[in-house]
Design a protein around this ligand. Structure first.
Ligand SMILES: C[S@@+](CC[C@H](N)C(=O)[O-])C[C@H]1O[C@@H](n2cnc3c(N)ncnc32)[C@H](O)[C@@H]1O
Length: 224
């Protein structure tokens, strides 16, 4: 009787990053965030808990499992070590140059055939909404004009003006905006292939439903 049992090694789970995760931190993903609160809650959870208990901070989804990393710096993952990357509403929190570096870092750490999927607010749709409201207002006699449509402009500049605050996000304000054309070109410039706009929750990445909580402009590319 063969009493020797061969050790069977468990299959390796794919390494999937959810960059700029915020409160969306599903299991099966490495949920990465660079905000000060993510740092506090992941490195000193007892202090974060205490500050919540005292009532200084509101409760947070960031916790010991959150992977703290400032993605504006060099990323801590090795070349070609990651299977897939998802970024929901994060790229627009970087300047154009920083964003291009972020895409290059994604390309560096993804394995060949690995997929990057980004969801961003659609700049074209944003200004289309503004123009629709502007033209509709302009059709009316001036006595009926209101400043309703200026809320788009206000939103744009309020979001874009960057003033990081202590213990809030490192980059909670938008620093750039993308449309389908510019986002596609940005991924291609960072060497991604098969770059295309995708439908909500339809992806080459497994289990996308757990990280993709909202629809918007979504583009995917493959590391060659
Ligand atoms: C609008 S939230 C998006 C949260 C979530 N992904 C979602 O889809 O709702 C943007 C997140 O990006 C993170 N972030 C912004 N700049 C970052 C940076 N330089 N490094 C790491 N995370 C960053 C913020 O802390 C924030 O949690």
């Amino acid at each position: 009787m063969n009493i020797l049992r061969r050790k069977t090694s468990a299959p390796m789970r794919p390494l999937k990053l959810n960059i700029g995760c915020g409160p969306i931190q599903p299991p099966g993903w490495v949920n990465v965030d660079g905000s000060n609160r993510a740092w506090l809650a992941s490195k000193l959870p007892w202090l974060d808990g205490l500050l919540v208990w005292i009532g200084i901070f509101p409760a947070t989804e960031f916790n010991r499992q959150t992977f703290f990393a400032n993605l504006a710096r060099r990323w801590p993952w090795r070349n070609e070590s990651v299977d897939a990357i998802y970024g929901g509403e994060v790229l627009e929190h970087f300047t154009y140059q920083q964003g291009q570096r972020l895409l290059e870092e994604c390309c560096r750490i993804l394995k060949p055939g690995g997929v990057l999927r980004l969801r961003v607010p659609d700049n074209a749709l944003f200004w289309e909404n503004y123009l629709n409201e502007f033209h509709a207002t302009r059709q009316k006699p001036p006595s009926q004009w209101t400043l309703d449509h200026t809320r788009w402009i206000e939103m744009f500049f309020r979001e874009i003006c960057v003033r990081p605050r202590l213990l809030r996000s490192v980059g909670h304000y938008h620093k750039w905006m993308y449309d389908e054309v510019s986002l596609t070109k940005a991924l291609q410039q960072a060497r991604f292939t098969e770059v295309q706009a995708m439908a909500f929750r339809q992806s080459r990445i497994d289990d996308i439903v757990s990280v993709e909580v909202r629809n918007d402009l979504i583009v995917e590319g493959t590391k060659p």
